[in-house]
Design a protein around this ligand. Structure first.
Ligand SMILES: Cc1cc2nc3c(=O)[nH]c(=O)nc-3n(C[C@H](O)[C@H](O)[C@H](O)COP(=O)(O)O)c2cc1C
Length: 369
């Protein structure tokens, strides 16, 4: 299928939005482990544009509720992710100005480009939420969640339930597009179940309604997060999307994975989720910029992450960091014992020491800048 222009959508290349290239965003101190320049112009990792927004490379940090908060997004961007996406934010709560929901969309050290993801099943509420997000100036893209399998979301008709109601999904996209000037993207799954693989029709619907990019998690709603992602069911979708970037997602962790999924799907971008938890340097590796002096560097990254979480979340920080702590230390020889010990730990110094012991072993504490 060739790219079909949509009424009201520019067909020529839109003006470039200035997109600060990391890590030279003003106000961000440089860390010795950062990827100095995450731009890539060739091969698998070449950057591309979503609407007028320029991505320095093709690697996207997946939205992950409870994981990809501001500090983690900043960390992954510093390590090479070309785009980061917020945790899903409830559109209705955004329209009501709910502080915890609004906070999901904002982070003082947020690198750009950045997409805020919203969910909801009512076109008018989604439009008002998107307009409020745009007005706050916090992001470059609005992403609509049409893939969340969580019961609390699905029972409201939002998330993956949208895949059962493509007409409403189209109305939601139209309403959001009409309410904002930012490019609008959408993320969904292969379909509801193995007997209802609707990814092709749903992609066509999204294109017909003028989305600026399509991201697909190669599992069904029914599969949740289990089993291997079915990349084969993404076959040819990149070409079907024409000029609209298609972003593949699901079980991507190595350059070989990227190569395979591009070969099958023709995707422009790669969205990486769980492979980055406890291994945020996966983005540097995928960009071919391996980190020097692994143990010390990884400890520095771990420590920077912990500090940012503590600064962002205050007294709740240690508890919120736990998911990352266990992932960083998953190859610890005494991992299960360590988990038990750290489960109720409240002291940030003890958390830092656990990381120090794991990454630096029994070595004397090196002088870390
Ligand atoms: C803890 C967790 C939270 C997630 N939260 C979201 C979310 O808020 N929005 C969304 O679109 N997908 C969410 N996802 C799905 C991921 O974005 C991604 O599609 C999925 O994990 C598959 O990619 P992966 O195999 O690289 O992890 C979440 C996944 C995990 C593991």
């Amino acid at each position: 299928m060739t790219f079909r222009p949509v009424p009201g959508q520019a067909t020529s290349a839109p003006a470039l939005r200035p997109s600060p290239v990391l890590p030279s965003s003003p106000g961000l101190p440089h860390e010795p482990w950062e990827v100095a320049d995450s731009r890539s112009s060739s091969g698998l990792t070449a950057g591309f544009r979503i609407g007028g927004v320029e991505l320095p490379n093709s690697l996207v940090l997946a939205p992950m509720a409870g994981v990809a908060d501001g500090p983690f997004r900043a960390l992954c961007a510093r390590l090479g992710a070309g785009l980061t996406v917020s945790e899903l934010a409830n559109a209705r709560a955004l329209t009501l100005g709910s502080a915890p929901t609004v906070a999901l969309t904002r982070f003082l050290g947020q690198p750009r480009p950045f997409a805020v993801q919203i969910f909801g099943a009512d076109p008018d509420t989604m439009a008002r939420a998107a307009a409020a997000v745009e007005a706050s100036g916090v992001c470059d893209l609005i992403d609509i969640n049409m893939g969340c399998p969580v019961a609390k979301v699905v029972k409201t008709g939002a998330g993956a339930a949208m895949m059962k109601n493509p007409r409403l999904a189209g109305q939601v996209i139209d309403a959001v597009r009409k309410a904002v000037t930012l490019p609008v993207t959408v993320k969904f799954r292969l379909g509801w179940s193995s007997g209802q693989i609707t990814v092709r029709d749903f992609t066509r619907m999204a294109l017909d309604h003028g989305v600026a990019a399509v991201a697909v998690h190669a599992r069904t709603k029914e599969a949740g997060y289990s089993g291997r992602a079915q990349w084969d069911l993404l076959e040819g979708l990149g070409a079907e999307c024409g000029n609209v970037p298609f972003i593949a997602n699901g079980d991507l962790a190595t350059p070989e994975d990227l190569m395979a999924v591009r070969q099958i799907s023709g995707c422009r971008g790669f969205m990486v989720g769980r492979a980055a938890i406890g291994r945020p340097w996966v983005f540097a590796e995928l960009l071919g910029r391996s980190l020097p002096d692994e143990g010390v560097t990884r400890f520095r990254i771990f420590r920077w992450h912990l500090r940012e979480v503590l600064m962002e979340h205050g007294s709740k920080g240690v508890a919120l960091f736990r998911v990352h702590l266990f992932a960083y230390l998953r190859n610890h020889p005494g991992a299960s014992q360590l988990r038990r010990r750290m489960c109720h730990e409240r002291n940030p110094a003890a958390v830092q020491d656990a990381g120090r012991e794991f990454f630096l072993g029994g070595e004397p504490r090196p002088a870390l800048a």
